[in-house]
Ligand binder design. Structure first.
Ligand code: MSP
Length: 544
């Protein structure tokens, strides 16, 4: 009906056709191929975007690449190509990766595109005309890999506090942004909007960072060329972070063609790793204040995937290549693992063994088995036709109740960005259904013609529970959903979110046996194979 209350959920939630949802990933440095840590950010965004789309939102999902700066210039020099040639090459590998992972982004912005360059220059000019940019002299400790200046007080053992590498003393003429002017407004924003920055721990860190006093931010460089020229001074290029953060509005046409900007800004969620929370929750809002534009609704900082006790890094040679995992185990296995294993907002440890166990237990054993057992039994006991359920006892009731209410719990978990808990709510159905088979012992019911009605009910309830699972997993594992629905005889039925809240929709469906969803892995063998692949990669790299 059309008279439903807005706070009602799921099936009863009114379609929000006009509601928009704008979500972004950080734009990645194309200094090298991306690794599994980068995929993590993007996979989480993709799941949220797909989830919101299923709920009827008009979603804008933006990602892209952050292509300027001294580090890229250096990489290009080493490779003996121009910076543009260099980034073109890496960006191609990034686009290929997102394609392979079927990431559902709506726009991909490169900071070397003309649309971005012009709009960043407009942004610079607006801030300049508002009196927030002035020319001064910068002196400080500079970390080249991080492209950051640090005041002496923030160095750790004389090294970069972010990456621990050498810093050097530099001094140059530069343009500055009056960041200090916005300290109070920034504190107000943190205090008045408790949800602005999540998780809580990050928020407290940032508040005390601002309370210690903000210095004006150096926003231009004259020591290298690979950047967007400062419109009023050709000796200078715009500092990469000002250039990069602007992507979130330049992609919407800000300052030139405002239709998308009007529609989607302010952004609903900027999803970022914890090390760049500072840029997104302090510098970016201050820039927007200077532009007199609305602030992001929320910045969400996630933790890191750690390997050998530290952050993955190319220089340590311990990066995990997502493509290898996808080629061996499939997109959905990788996405499931990333979202299920880690608690969003916290660091988590990656090892091949942790991943392989997850795939075996949750995917091969729990989900894969449930589907293949159910389909086999319907083939065997009912010629593949989904039977009607005409009986019901407490156990049947319990399964139905659990399955038809899971969507509500998934919505709650997704609204608070608890991807792992959302998946666990779905797997609660899977585990309950497997247990239901053991409790109901359909193979015994099948021996007694008088109990045919009971047997039918069991089969029907299982297949309905699987149908619900096939809808709820779409945001995280859309290809698995399709494969399941083919076997369930639902290939031609549109998977709608609201259909996850009802039972008994499958009258007359015919199931068909298909490929095993997730083959059981021999963990020892896989560990061996993965380390072999890795050694070969290292070897070919060294040869080059
Ligand atoms: N270019 C900047 C972002 C500019 S946004 C206006 C940048 N790029 S990055 O390529 O270095 O990192 C992009 C994202 O990948 C960050 O959110 C970072 O946290 C994430 N990750 C990189 N390594 C990671 C892990 N090992 N684990 C989890 N995420 C990690 O920063």
């Amino acid at each position: 009906g059309s008279f439903l209350l807005p706070q009602q959920k799921g099936r009863n939630r009114p379609m929000s056709e006009h509601k928009t949802f704008y979500i972004t990933t950080p734009i990645y440095y194309p200094s090298d191929k991306l690794h599994i840590g980068h995929s993590y950010t993007t996979v989480a965004c993709d799941a949220l975007a797909r989830f919101k789309r299923m709920q009827g939102y008009d979603v804008m999902f933006l990602t892209g690449t952050d292509e300027h700066g001294q580090k890229i210039e250096k990489c290009a020099e080493e490779a003996q190509v121009t910076p543009k040639e260099y980034v073109d090459g890496v960006v191609e590998t990034i686009l290929r990766l997102w394609d392979k992972m079927e990431i559902s982004y709506d726009d991909f912005i490169r900071t070397t595109e003309l649309r971005h360059i012009k709009r960043v220059q407009n942004i610079f000019m607006k801030m300049y005309e508002n009196g927030d940019i002035y020319k001064g002299k910068y002196e400080g400790w500079y970390c080249t890999p991080c492209e950051s200046y640090w005041p002496e007080s923030q160095l750790v053992d004389g090294k970069c506090p972010d990456c621990g590498r050498e810093v050097k003393k530099m001094s140059e003429d530069a343009y500055f942004f009056r960041l200090s002017k916005y300290s109070d407004a920034l504190l107000d924003n943190f205090r008045n909007n408790p949800d602005f920055l999540q998780p809580e721990a990050r928020r407290n860190e940032m508040i005390s960072f601002v309370e210690q006093g903000l210095e004006d931010l150096c926003i231009s460089r004259s020591t290298f060329d690979w950047g967007i020229p400062v419109p009023i001074d050709e000796e200078h290029v715009i500092y990469v972070w000002l250039d990069a953060l602007s992507n979130y509005i330049t992609a919407l046409g800000y300052s030139e063609d405002d239709a998308l900007y009007k529609k989607y800004w302010p952004v609903d969620v900027h999803l970022v790793g914890k090390e760049i929370v500072r840029f997104h929750s302090i510098i970016w809002p201050a820039m927007l204040m200077s532009l007199k534009e609305p602030l992001p609704k929320q910045v969400l900082g996630h933790g890191w995937l750690l390997i050998d006790g530290g952050k993955m890094s190319k220089s340590k040679g311990n990066v995990v290549d997502p493509e290898i995992l996808i080629d061996r185990y499939g997109i959905d296995a990788l996405k499931y693992f990333l979202l299920r294993e880690y608690t969003f907002g916290q660091d988590g440890i990656y090892t091949n063994e942790i991943m392989l166990k997850r795939l075996n237990y949750d995917l091969a054993n729990d989900l894969g088995n449930l589907l293949s057992r159910t389909v086999s039994m319907i083939m065997k006991y009912n010629d593949g036709v989904v039977p009607e359920a005409t009986t019901k006892d407490e156990i049947d009731e319990e399964l139905q109740e659990l399955a038809t209410t899971a969507g509500n719990r998934v919505e709650d978990k997704m609204d608070t960005f608890q991807f792992n808990m959302a998946l666990d709510e779905i797997w609660a159905i899977v585990r309950r259904a497997n247990k239901y088979i053991d409790e109901k012992t359909p193979w015994i019911l099948a021996k007694d013609p008088e109990r045919k009605a009971e047997l039918d009910t069991v089969l029907r309830n299982l297949v309905e529970a699987l149908r619900i699972v096939s809808i709820l997993i779409i945001p995280y594992m859309h290809t698995t959903s399709e494969r399941m629905r083919e076997q369930l005889g639902l290939a031609d039925v549109e998977a709608k979110w609201e259909d996850a809240f009802t039972f008994y929709q499958m009258d007359g469906c015919k199931v068909q046996k298909g490929e095993v969803l997730f083959p059981r892995l021999d963990i020892e063998k896989e560990l061996e194979a993965l380390s072999q692949i890795r050694q070969e990669k290292v070897a070919t790299k060294n040869k080059k």
